[in-house]
Design a protein around this ligand. Structure first.
Ligand code: HEC
Ligand code: HEC
Length: 478
């Protein structure tokens, strides 16, 4: 739905799901982002985290489970296969969607990073906004559509999904744990009879994965240059270009309105999301895009649409009757932008493959839709589109099929805040634009703004080490 009107009313922030899980601050653990092991190796071992801090017994089990390939139908895939610690627990490749344990099957959505999920509240149709100003709206929850309420309950989804880990039953997963090298650790953590009830044992596996993700510091290292900047710490001095980029983020580009960087309900800071859901109308990831490196196989079915909050993966907001109007259709979770530079597939359908493309998409979605959506009609000599565009050329008189991944009934749900819409962006007005920019209008950001903004986004990568001699020239310096 178009973003709730922001009124100057203070909404009392709710304290939600705020378990500890704090990875400590970046200065104390400068190398906390170091990978706790490659995709398949098990762990740093010995009951401790990657930084040597003790892990609870449940988290120690979770650490084993996370890297255990025997917990997939084909014994060839663990959580870490898709959520690779070396890629901020995101995907280790640029595929829009990953192959499953059954390699003839493909996923439906891009793999999110698992970093900075420790403060995510459960989903609600009317969640408080951390900015304390925006009216309550759909927010919270795990997955692109928020359908899992906790990290513990989320685990069942990949384990049992036929296009992911492809186990046929809870019992199959429990049996694999029982046969595994850490069965004794499991009973130590969850009780001598922990394996006797399959449903309870399966739930304990979820608890273990949650404990691991909450306790292991590499899931929330807070060790980026931006963290040093926020904490006013040595090494956290942003360059002139990065500071301009931060201003674009907060004002001209209005990224801040959704990728909220302020203090959160629970003491965290700079998570770069307000946990809400918005429809951006991102292009359909299919073979209509020339040379598309990674179309979603399921999209070859032209009657299939991934509508986020209203399904089909999520089933409690399905329009009834089918196809009728619903403000929930087309909305996806605002993802964190931390470690965004380590990704090479962007948005829920992975249709874009560079930050240049993403930021230009925001800037020109409405002023130059022919860059992003397939067009019909037109004739004559084509003009070349910029290198970042998905569609390389445009025929004079052609009509772009804007928002082609949404049935017409739901296209009105698409957000028109700045930078897409007109009006002023920024942390003071919180993005007052509501009218779409139109072809011929000036985009919100200049090329210099975009370059600076990307420099700023690069400061969100964990594991930052200040150089001994800071560079004196370069795109992201002056
Ligand atoms: C085949 C690739 C794959 C595997 C294996 C996999 N995941 Fe995921 N994971 C995904 C995708 C894709 C999503 C987004 C799904 C959606 O939105 O419907 C996701 C989402 C998540 C989320 C939600 C993150 C967020 O931003 O809300 C968590 C947590 C998660 N996975 C944990 C796990 C755990 C734990 C395991 C192992 C039990 C696992 N995943 C195995 C692909 C995978
Ligand atoms: C109206 C709210 C809103 C505004 C304003 C906004 N975003 Fe987003 N952003 C989203 C949503 C929602 C998604 C996920 C959309 C989807 O996948 O369909 C997203 C996704 C992204 C992604 C992809 C992340 C990933 O893991 O795939 C990047 C990068 C991004 N935004 C950067 C920006 C930047 C930079 C700006 C400012 C120029 C900005 N956003 C402004 C809501 C917003």
């Amino acid at each position: 739905m178009p973003r709730a009107v922001r009124l100057g009313v203070l909404v009392l922030p709710l304290l939600l799901a705020a378990c500890g899980g704090d990875g400590g601050d970046g200065a104390a653990s400068g190398s906390a982002s170091a990978s706790p092991g490659g995709g398949s190796s098990s762990s740093p071992g010995g009951g401790t985290s990657s930084t040597g801090t003790p892990l609870s017994l449940a988290a120690q089990v979770g650490q084993k489970v996370f890297f255990d390939k025997t917990l997939s139908g084909g014994q060839n895939m663990s959580c870490a296969s898709c959520h690779d610690p070396a890629y901020a627990y995101g995907p280790p490749n640029s595929l829009a969607v990953q192959l499953g344990s059954d390699p003839t099957r493909s996923g439906l959505r891009a793999v999110p990073s698992l970093r900075y999920k420790e403060a995510t509240p459960a989903y609600s149709d009317s969640a408080s906004n951390p900015d304390g100003v925006t009216l309550s709206a759909p927010g919270g929850g795990f997955m692109w559509d928020g359908r899992a309420d906790s990290l513990a309950s989320q685990a069942a989804l990949p384990l049992l999904n036929p296009v992911e880990m492809n186990n046929t039953s809870q019992a199959a997963v429990v049996t694999a744990v029982q046969k595994g090298s850490y069965a004794a650790l499991f009973t130590q953590a969850f009780g001598a009879s922990a394996f006797s009830d399959t449903a309870a044992a399966f739930a304990s596996i979820g608890q273990a994965l949650q404990a691991f993700q909450m306790e292991e510091p590499s899931f929330h290292p807070y060790s980026s240059k931006f963290d040093l900047y926020l904490g006013n710490k040595i090494g956290g001095t942003l360059t002139a270009a990065e500071l301009r980029g931060l201003a674009v983020f907060n004002d001209t580009g209005n990224c801040f309105a959704c990728h909220y960087s302020g203090a959160n309900f629970n003491g965290t800071r700079g998570l770069m999301t307000d946990f809400t859901y918005q429809a951006l109308g991102v292009p359909r990831n299919d073979n209509s895009i020339p040379g598309n490196p990674s179309p979603i196989p399921k999209n070859s079915d032209s009657s299939y649409f991934d509508l986020g909050l209203c399904g089909p993966e999520r089933t409690d907001h399905t329009p009834s009757p089918a196809g009728s109007a619903s403000a929930f259709c087309g909305l996806f979770k605002v993802p964190t932008l931390r470690n965004i530079a380590s990704r090479t597939a962007f948005f829920h359908n992975g249709v874009l493959h560079s930050l240049q493309q993403v930021v230009h998409f925001y800037n020109t979605r409405d002023t130059h839709p022919e860059y992003w959506y397939p067009s019909t009609g037109g004739s004559g000599s084509p003009t070349a589109n910029p290198g970042y565009a998905l569609f390389t050329q445009t025929l004079p008189g052609a009509t772009p099929q804007k928002f082609n991944d949404l049935p017409a009934t739901y296209q009105g749900n698409v957000d028109e805040e700045v930078p897409m819409g007109t009006g002023k962006g920024g942390s003071n007005t919180l993005g007052s634009g509501t009218q779409p920019r139109l072809p011929g209008d000036t985009p919100a950001m200049t090329e210099q703004d975009i370059s600076d903004l990307i420099c700023f986004l690069n400061t969100l990568s964990d594991g930052y080490q200040a150089p001994a001699t800071p560079p004196t020239s370069g795109t992201c310096v002056n």
